[in-house]
Ligand binder design. Structure first.
Ligand SMILES: C[S@@+](CC[C@H](N)C(=O)[O-])C[C@H]1O[C@@H](n2cnc3c(N)ncnc32)[C@H](O)[C@@H]1O
Length: 485
């Protein structure tokens, strides 16, 4: 699905319109740019509906959007669906800036609920998408008029939309990278990382993520160079391929042959750390959609992939089939697995707040709460206990999450070691992260304990466009007393 182009950010991540930029009334239109004649209303209605649904039910955008789209599929052309999705993504990515701009321009009133959702849809287009201002405002006013609870606000919507368009430059000039974090996350990250680190991190997290691929044969250097050329991709220091631009993955060379899978450069690391070999009994716990299952199966291991979601497990099956790999799949709660199962190696990619993936899932910042993190941390501890119990003596365990929160990473590694006296940490070394060379650069991704801690803005010059936030720690169960190993 193509998406409307975003207005290009300058070096600070802010939008600017230079003297040589086209005048607003002659803005070039991107692939899915709005028609300015009253058409395109369905796109705005879809975006308005989904934003409201995500905020109020706290459902992930990735669930809410396809469901709302399916409900109106017959009525909405594909390019409008692409525009609606682009509006949703950028609305969540830049929600702090949008809300501050609206609040500052509503003296004596505040926009809440559906009115705020509608104004957010309008402001997202004006400030961040390649959509004519008058189309954004006109469709917003039409939406207000057609809505029983918003029709009285049509004039306000019109006036505010026009004002946002008039004052775009100053709104964007005033917006700093931290403004797009909700208060709870802002406070948390400031106290954890300090201001400079936090600004750098938030700056990367509000950009669109590049498209990274992991090769099916992850270790084959010559094949990597070949695929990099065929795909017009860059080889990252970690061995992932990073595409020069975002393209529809199904159209790329190697898709049908299963030569690679889409996977962020940071997410490619944990399965590699387990270093599984042919025939080893391996459990991939919490496996769907199966990025790591594929990596483990590609090394010839006998993989059991477990996920409690049958629906998401079908995506594991699809990924394995496309890459011509096999694994045993099981729809089950990991906590309910039989206690007498034993594995030589276990990957536990635990459910988490996913704050490391804000580039792809910007809604996470606005739907998760500190209470969610506490609940998830509790579940992670129970999953850790279960996984340790399923590990054969001498076996390896990698625990990982795509979270930036220490409760879901560093604290869980400490918990595991304190709770399970028969487990010891196996420190990760920079050469394990690197495809070739660049070791000094990648050392910044390993903390003092020897755990993998990817921060979105770290990783040195080779990863300058950023990577997902991730945590991974590796452990070994002590061999049984009579085991010579
Ligand atoms: C972070 S995702 C896993 C991503 C996956 N490992 C990959 O690389 O593609 C977390 C997964 O955990 C699953 N999950 C959550 N709680 C679970 C439980 N108690 N038992 C099994 N699966 C669970 C969710 O359905 C979800 O698919």
């Amino acid at each position: 699905m193509t998406s409307p182009s975003q207005k290009p950010p300058d070096d600070t991540g802010r939008k600017s319109r230079s003297a040589s930029s086209p005048a607003r009334t002659h803005k070039p239109r991107g692939a899915g740019a709005a028609r300015d004649d009253g058409e395109g209303l369905a796109a705005r209605r879809l975006a308005f509906t989904v934003i409201g649904e995500v905020l109020r039910s706290r459902r992930p955008l990735d669930d809410a959007f396809p469901q709302a789209l399916a409900a109106m599929k017959a009525d909405i052309p594909q390019r409008d669906a692409a525009l609606a999705r682009a509006i949703c993504i950028v609305a969540f990515r830049r929600m702090g800036t949008i809300r501050a701009a609206l609040a500052a321009r509503m003296t004596g009133k505040s926009a809440k609920g559906q009115l705020r959702d509608l104004l957010t849809v309008i402001a997202a287009q004006i400030l961040f998408l390649d959509v004519p201002d008058h189309a954004a405002v006109a469709t917003g006013v039409a939406l207000a008029r057609s809505h029983p609870d918003l029709k009285h606000y049509a004039r306000l919507v019109n006036a505010l939309g026009r004002r946002i368009a008039r004052e775009r430059e100053s709104i964007l000039a005033e917006a700093g990278p931290l403004d797009d974090l909700p208060e709870w996350l802002h406070a948390r990250w400031l106290s954890r990382w300090g201001e400079a680190e936090c600004i750098a991190m938030a700056g990367v997290l509000r950009r669109e993520a590049p498209l990274d691929l992991t090769l099916r044969d992850d270790q084959d250097g010559p094949a990597r160079a070949l695929w990099a050329e065929r795909l017009d991709a860059r080889i990252l220091p970690t061995g992932s391929l990073r595409l020069a631009d975002r393209r529809a993955v199904e159209t790329l060379p190697g898709y049908d042959d299963g030569a690679w899978l889409v996977q962020d450069a940071a997410a490619a690391i944990p399965a590699r750390l387990l270093a599984v070999g042919p025939g080893e009994r391996v459990a991939d716990l919490c496996a769907a959609p199966g990025g790591k299952t594929v990596q483990l199966a590609a090394r010839g291991a006998d993989v059991l992939a477990v996920d409690r979601s049958q629906k998401r497990l079908t995506r594991v099956a699809e990924n394995l089939a496309r890459l011509r790999l096999t694994a045993r799949l099981r729809a089950a709660d990991v906590l309910a697995l039989e206690d007498d199962l034993r594995f030589d190696a276990i990957l536990l990619d635990a459910p988490c707040s996913a704050t490391g993936t804000l580039r792809r899932n910007p809604d996470v910042a606005w739907t998760k709460t500190p209470e969610d993190i506490a609940k998830l941390a509790d579940l992670q501890r129970r999953l850790i206990d279960k996984a340790v119990g399923l590990l054969a003596p001498g076996g390896r365990l990698v625990y990982c999450t795509c979270s930036l929160e220490p409760e879901e990473g560093e604290a869980q590694a400490r918990y595991l070691l304190e709770r399970h006296g028969d487990m010891q940490r196996i420190a990760i070394t920079p050469d394990e992260l690197a495809a070739s060379g660049a070791l000094a650069d990648l050392a910044g991704l390993i903390d003092a304990q020897g755990d993998f801690r990817a921060l979105p803005h770290r990783g040195g010059s080779g990863l300058v466009e950023g990577l997902d936030g991730f945590f991974a720690a590796r452990f070994r169960k002590l061999p049984a007393a009579n085991d010579p190993a």
